[in-house]
Design a binder for this molecule. Structure first.
Ligand SMILES: [Mn+2]
Length: 290
């Protein structure tokens, strides 16, 4: 799809790169999507929906754009292959992290996270944790012939040596289950089936306690229940609701140093803009929380 129109996020006044606090990077990449396609259309849909949001946020009681937003042009995939696309993402993200800016990546499919984190570890030697919000474990070693598939993203991050916490999981293979068990990762998994019926936030305390001081958050939007977020390639029943997700995001950003986030796996459904709006709103909230 030609991405000829570049819309600044929320159509708000933009800050020049040097003074911006948050840099928004849209990555229209859908290269390794397995089931429902369309993730490459996610960034355009989020940016379009963001134009219709109120710029004032009633929760934070401010116009979030005033913190200083800068929307970069679409980062087009390298047609050579997934690894080359990830390298291109790393190159683009490096100066953003080096200049201590927060990053807001709009995907695109989930494999892009690896490219962002290669940049983060190159830019700054201090350790960081990854908080993954997702219906899926994404811990496969390879999938459909590549190790750089959306289904392998957390496996690559594990190999990079960054600790991670997984929230909202409800779909994984037997091998992924064994991988979690064999590597002693079970205590870092917060299953949707267990946390959703809880009437308190004890699980949230536990999530945060397991994160380092510096945190990167990867939000696969299929962590949400398909009833409120149907526009994704592999919708799984029994997901989180909107306010639970927002509360977790707000608490993590308050209690940890969140250096950036990505929002992935929106596959827009024509004529049903609710999911696009939801994604835009979560992105804007995150920019405010950070
Ligand atoms: Mn997923």
């Amino acid at each position: 799809m030609p991405q000829e129109t570049q819309i600044p996020f929320a159509q708000a006044p933009q800050s020049p790169f040097p003074t911006a606090k948050t840099v928004i990077l849209p990555i229209p990449y859908g290269g390794t999507t397995s089931y429902g396609g369309g993730a490459e259309k996610g960034p355009q849909a989020i940016l379009e929906a963001s134009c219709y949001m109120e710029l004032f946020d009633e929760e934070l009681k401010k116009e979030i754009w005033r913190t200083g937003l800068h929307t970069l042009p679409f980062l087009e995939p390298d047609l050579t292959g997934p690894k080359e696309t990830l390298a291109k993402i790393t190159k683009t993200c490096l100066p953003i992290f080096k200049q201590q800016k927060r990053i807001a990546v709009l995907g695109g499919e989930h494999s892009i996270t690896t490219g962002v984190l290669w940049a983060l570890q190159q830019a700054d030697p201090r350790p960081f944790s990854v908080l993954q919000l997702d219906a899926h474990a994404d811990l496969r070693n390879t999938y459909q012939g590549t190790g750089f598939s959306h289904a392998c993203v957390m496996r690559r991050i594990h190999e990079m040596g960054h600790p991670f916490v997984q929230v909202g999981l409800r779909s994984l293979s037997e091998k992924e289950w064994s991988f979690i068990e064999d590597n002693g990762l079970m205590d870092n998994v917060f299953w949707a089936r267990k946390i959703i019926p809880e009437q308190n936030d004890v699980w949230m305390d536990q999530v945060i306690a397991r994160l380092n001081e510096r945190v990167y958050i990867t939000i696969d939007l299929d962590v949400l229940d398909p009833g409120i977020f149907p526009a994704t390639g592999t919708p799984e029943p029994g997901g989180l609701d909107y306010y639970t997700l927002l509360k977790l995001l707000r608490r993590v950003t308050q209690e940890r140093d969140v250096v950036g986030f990505d929002l992935v796996e929106l596959a827009p459904i024509a004529g049903q803009p609710a999911s696009d709006f939801l994604a835009a709103r979560i992105a804007y909230k995150m920019m405010g929380y950070m």
